[in-house]
Design a protein around this ligand. Structure first.
Ligand code: NAD
Ligand code: FES
Length: 275
């Protein structure tokens, strides 16, 4: 059993939980994720490890309420426990040893770029982050990302930072390079847009994919994605891939497969997309 040791409502529908998982806290690396089960018969929900505190034996997870199971998870209170937390899963993020890196996080993707920016900063890489959300209220991890370098904030409605999508300040930043690498995490359409902007100058671009996941061990095939014309399993081959090689049309198609079931509760809920 993994106990919830702290809980913070980041915005409406987005919750941050700190959970006891000492072994995972000790060995996790940027880019890795866990699969959590609230109860023995619950859905398995994949979540990126947003942060960890090896001394206290805790990991931080950020949960966006997109269906019945994620709502239950986000409603957990301090002192309550999860039945199981499995991980760390997936390959760690490929991090350069020097130079400058850009981290782009759209919406809840800001929590996923956090460990990447943290890992880069610890290596001495100069980090610039761009995060965006629809409104100020939905913007998360602003304070945390500011610790690792320059931070540019934007909102679709202009309620905080500059007005526009993350790709707007990205254009200016790309022109001000050189960049060793660009990381992008967020909605599939955002990651595709980032990859198209970095493609002309062939700037290495890494995206974190969030397809449906079930077992997380490469057995079920649920998380298959097409990268460079080859089928890959995001759980064991990823979750991060070369953003210039991902087939986003296929990814978007598979991501929308369960939309009609998402809100339908036990038996119908499909909260398996990695958050
Ligand atoms: P959202 O739709 O509110 O968008 C957040 C921001 O992303 C926007 O404010 C904008 O700045 C940018 N953006 C969105 N679409 C864009 C486009 N077409 N072009 C350029 N910029 C764009 O995001 P949300 O609801 O917080 O995010 C949820 C999505 O992110 C889900 O699909 C979720 O599965 C995905 N996600 C993926 C991962 C991962 O590991 N890959 C992690 C977390 C979330
Ligand atoms: Fe089953 Fe990846 S989640 S193969």
């Amino acid at each position: 059993m993994n106990k919830v040791v702290s809980r913070q409502q980041l915005s409406r529908g987005i919750t941050r939980l700190e959970i006891q998982a000492p072994r995972i806290a000790e060995i996790r690396q940027p880019g890795q994720f866990v699969i959590v089960c609230l109860a023995e018969d619950s859905e398995r929900i994949p979540l990126t490890i947003a942060d960890s505190d090896p001394q206290r034996g805790n990991i931080t997870l950020v949960i966006q309420n997109v269906g019945h199971s994620t709502q239950e998870l986000g409603n957990l209170r301090v002192g309550e426990s999860l039945f199981a937390v499995t991980g760390p899963l997936g390959h760690p993020t490929e991090l350069p040893d020097q130079g400058c890196a850009l981290c782009v996080g759209g919406g809840v993707g800001a929590a996923v770029v956090h460990p990447i920016a943290q890992g880069l900063h610890r290596r001495g890489v100069k980090v610039t982050s761009i995060i965006g959300a629809r409104t100020r209220e939905q913007l998360i991890f602003e304070t945390e990302l500011r610790r690792f370098g320059d931070l540019i904030v934007c909102t679709d409605d202009g309620s905080h930072g500059c007005t526009g999508l993350v790709t707007d300040p990205l254009r200016t930043q790309l022109a001000a390079g050189p960049w060793a690498v660009v990381y992008a995490v967020g909605p599939a359409a955002m990651m595709q847009a980032v990859a198209e902007l970095t493609r002309p100058a062939q700037i290495r671009t890494i995206v974190s994919l969030n397809p449906v996941m079930i077992d997380g061990t490469g057995m079920c095939g649920g998380c298959r994605v097409s990268v460079g014309g080859v089928t890959k399993f995001a759980c064991v081959d990823g979750p991060e891939f070369d953003g210039h090689l991902v087939d986003y049309h296929d990814l978007l198609d598979r991501l929308t497969t369960y939309h009609t079931f998402e809100k339908s509760g036990p038996g119908g809920a499909k909260d398996h997309c990695k958050l």
